[in-house]
Design a protein around this ligand. Structure first.
Ligand SMILES: *[C@@H]1O[C@H](CO)[C@@H](O)[C@H](O)[C@H]1NC(C)=O
Ligand SMILES: *[C@@H]1O[C@H](CO)[C@@H](O)[C@H](O)[C@H]1NC(C)=O
Ligand SMILES: *[C@@H]1O[C@H](CO)[C@@H](O)[C@H](O)[C@H]1NC(C)=O
Length: 118
């Protein structure tokens, strides 16, 4: 997939230019139509729903940021997404979700989902 190749390239460039290993590097999500970005948003909503606190219906990711921690394979996604809260009379709202990706083992970990602060 093109996006995966791009991510590997970005990680390589960051790894090659940053010598301080502990500084996270922040990149805004520029292309929200990337299927991987939309998947991360729907994954976060699915995992949030499993907690049973309230039930959301994922609509779409509308923005966000990505944090890289070179040279590790950990990538934190902070995605801004729109979702319907079925536990709140079906209101459409904006939420921020945090998902950790460990790209070396191709695994996502849900961290948090909360109403977006404006
Ligand atoms: C955004 O991503 C989609 C899907 O990967 C791709 O078709 C489109 O060309 C990309 N747009 C830009 C501006 O990169
Ligand atoms: C959805 O609405 C319910 C009821 O107002 C609320 O308790 C819950 O926190 C909301 N869910 C989110 C993710 O904000
Ligand atoms: C969600 O965010 C979008 C883009 O910033 C904004 O246009 C929209 O009004 C917001 N929706 C709600 C329910 O706050």
């Amino acid at each position: 997939m093109a996006s995966k190749h791009l991510l590997v390239l970005v990680l390589f460039v960051i790894g090659a230019t940053i010598t301080q290993a502990t500084m996270p590097v922040t990149i805004p999500i520029s292309n929200v139509t990337d299927p991987k970005i939309q998947y991360i948003g729907s994954f976060a909503v699915d995992e949030y729903n499993k907690l049973g606190q309230s039930h959301l219906i994922f609509k779409e990711v509308i923005g966000g940021h990505v944090f890289f921690y070179p040279p590790s394979a950990a990538v934190d996604y902070y995605v801004d997404l729109m979702a319907i809260n079925c536990s709140h009379s079906g209101a459409l709202g904006n939420y921020t979700a945090q998902v950790l990706e460990v790209s070396s083992i191709k695994t996502y970990y849900f961290k948090e989902l909360k109403p977006k602060q404006t």
